[in-house]
Design a protein around this ligand. Structure first.
Ligand SMILES: [Zn+2]
Ligand SMILES: [Zn+2]
Length: 200
């Protein structure tokens, strides 16, 4: 359920689903993909309960996924826009980001200065991750070895997923396999639901 904001096609109208549509205030570039609505945010922190919020998620050119939450569509867009400006300009007059992996092994990184998140920033070589079987640098896959250390594998040496039985497949599709998963109130909430991976 994604709409493309485009000056050519549908103007800059963003659908917040059951809450109606909203005219964007900022000049998002063409080909920005957006998804918006009201959804549940599941918290992994027992101190912090799950909550429902209005959200807007954008995938603009030149930046990775950006999510803004707020009381109103305006507040959601404003949060996304500020994050997007940081993603394309950084802060303090810098012209480029200075990335650090912060423990991510999949090649993603965060800018030290503006906290922008980016994917495909680091190579396996840069992270010191080499395939256990052939030695090429990899961010593709890793397993935990018997001594608790990470064993890295390239795409060619990652074992194909074992085929699931129809029962297992059904359990996975209906979410019954994972009792920790929440149940959403409605379709929009389901689409907007996500797990909270890190503190913002
Ligand atoms: Zn930066
Ligand atoms: Zn390999």
């Amino acid at each position: 359920m994604k709409a493309i904001i485009s000056g050519k096609d549908i103007g800059t109208t963003i659908s917040f689903r059951s809450l109606g549509s909203y005219e964007a205030k900022h000049p998002w570039p063409e080909e920005t993909v957006v998804s918006a609505g009201r959804g549940v945010v599941f918290s992994r922190n027992p101190e912090k309960p799950n909550y429902t919020t209005l959200f807007m998620e954008v995938y603009p050119p030149g930046a990775a996924f950006i999510r803004g939450e707020g009381e109103t569509p305006e507040a959601c867009e404003e949060s996304c826009w500020q994050q997007y400006q940081r993603a394309i300009h950084c802060v303090d007059g810098r012209t480029s980001h200075e990335w650090e992996p912060r423990g991510y092994m999949n090649g993603a990184g965060f800018c030290k200065h503006c906290n922008t998140f980016g994917t495909r920033i680091f190579t396996g070589e840069q992270l010191g991750q080499f395939c256990h079987d052939c030695g090429v640098g990899t961010t593709h896959n890793w397993e935990t070895g018997p001594d608790g250390s990470s064993v890295f594998l390239c795409a060619a040496h990652t074992a194909p997923m074992t085929a699931l039985s129809p029962e297992e497949l059904l359990a996975q599709l209906t979410g019954k396999q994972d009792p920790a998963r929440g149940v959403c109130e409605d379709e929009a909430a389901q689409e907007g639901a996500r797990h909270e991976d890190h503190d913002q």
